[in-house]
Design a protein around this ligand. Structure first.
Ligand code: GAL
Length: 346
């Protein structure tokens, strides 16, 4: 009789646990997973593109696997405090994985502490946190790109054009390239590195440069247009090269150039290869851009989140470097290479 009761109790316990959503380890993988995503600013063009691409890869994954992937997505409006609260809410809401596009790359402590206490892995993306923070726990990851390459590509695009026709680039014919720099954001890894390497690459290629202006325009087309309009008023046609840390700011500079009706158009180089950025390259208003692989990054983010939540290995085409990083190379987009990327976002 006692034995019968024990068997019944065991059966009840197993049935209750099985009904609790997440199966016991060693049993079937889950049928639904929940991913919380917080982005630093929902209106940022490149980050929005990453979100769009993520959703597309997520839909494809659901179709392939039959697993329902619920995404809770929040924009932090540029506030780290808001983002920390969003991460807490994701934990309360039972997210299996949290993806964070940090507001402040130097201030990841709160996010990490909360996630670690709840044992929920975090995949950071696009805004690279400081390395020591990523080392704090073995369930922290980063998906992004090699910032250095994007700056180099900008320098090379300009150097190539100089090699082709220096007289066309060097408007005043003094043998020095007068440039202005539109920087993304104070302290942002991409902004700092891109600013440095665009110019140092051009110098390493053997060109003399003179910086006319260098200001932060927060990745924003409107802010860049305002800055560029001021610089055009100050320097007139003396600007020969416009380096912008991203396409949106390059497009802002182009907006100002169009309104100012300049006689000779400077070289304008961006980064990201957004659809609008590539359109400007097609039209010839932007000299070139460094394609920031939104497809690769979004897919890696989705695949990493999925495999962590499912307890499965990452598909072979994605490799975790040092057990933590997945990064994608930038690609050069100019009028000559544009045709390779016509279907990039399709
Ligand atoms: C950069 C991107 C910028 C902006 C920034 C936000 O990688 O080039 O356009 O989106 O990230 O962190």
């Amino acid at each position: 009789m006692k034995k019968g009761m024990a068997v019944l109790l065991c059966a009840l316990l197993v049935a209750t646990l099985a009904g609790c959503g997440r199966p016991l380890t060693g049993t079937e993988p889950p049928k639904t997973i929940k991913i919380g995503i917080s982005v630093y600013d929902q209106y940022d063009t490149f980050v929005s593109l990453l979100n769009e691409r993520f959703d597309q890869f997520k839909r494809e994954k659901e179709q392939q696997t039959g697993v329902t992937i619920t995404v809770l997505r929040e924009g932090a409006g540029g506030s780290q405090v808001t983002q920390n609260n969003q991460v807490e809410a994701f934990i309360r809401d039972g997210c299996d994985i949290i993806c964070v596009n940090l507001v402040d790359r130097t201030d990841a402590a709160m996010v990490i502490e909360k996630a670690e206490a709840a044992n929920i892995p975090v995949v950071f993306f696009n805004r690279e946190l400081v390395e020591e923070d990523l080392e704090r726990w073995n369930k922290l990851y980063y998906v992004g790109a090699y910032a250095l390459e994007s700056g180099k590509i900008q320098g090379e695009i300009v150097a190539d054009r100089c090699r082709q026709n220096m007289a066309e680039v060097d408007i005043n014919g003094d043998g020095i390239l007068q440039y202005v720099m539109l920087e993304g954001e104070a302290g942002h890894q991409d902004a700092v590195v891109r600013t440095e390497y665009s110019v140092s690459t051009l110098i390493a290629e053997g060109y003399a440069v003179e910086r006319l202006e260098d200001e932060i325009a927060n990745w924003s087309r409107a802010q860049a247009e305002t800055k560029m309009a001021q610089w055009l008023a100050t320097h007139g046609g003396a600007i020969e090269v416009v380096f912008a840390n991203n396409d949106d700011m390059a497009l802002g500079a182009i907006d100002a150039l169009k309104k100012a009706n300049v006689e000779r158009w400077p070289l304008v180089v961006g980064i990201d290869g957004t659809p609008v950025g590539m359109q400007a390259v097609r039209e010839g208003t932007m000299t070139g851009t460094a394609l920031n692989d939104a497809n690769g990054q979004a897919q890696a983010l989705m695949e990493l989140a999925f495999s962590l939540a499912m307890g499965q290995p990452l598909p072979a085409e994605f490799t975790l470097q040092e057990g933590k990083y997945i990064r994608f190379p930038y690609k050069t987009v100019t009028a000559e290479t544009l045709n390779l990327y016509e279907d990039f976002y399709k």
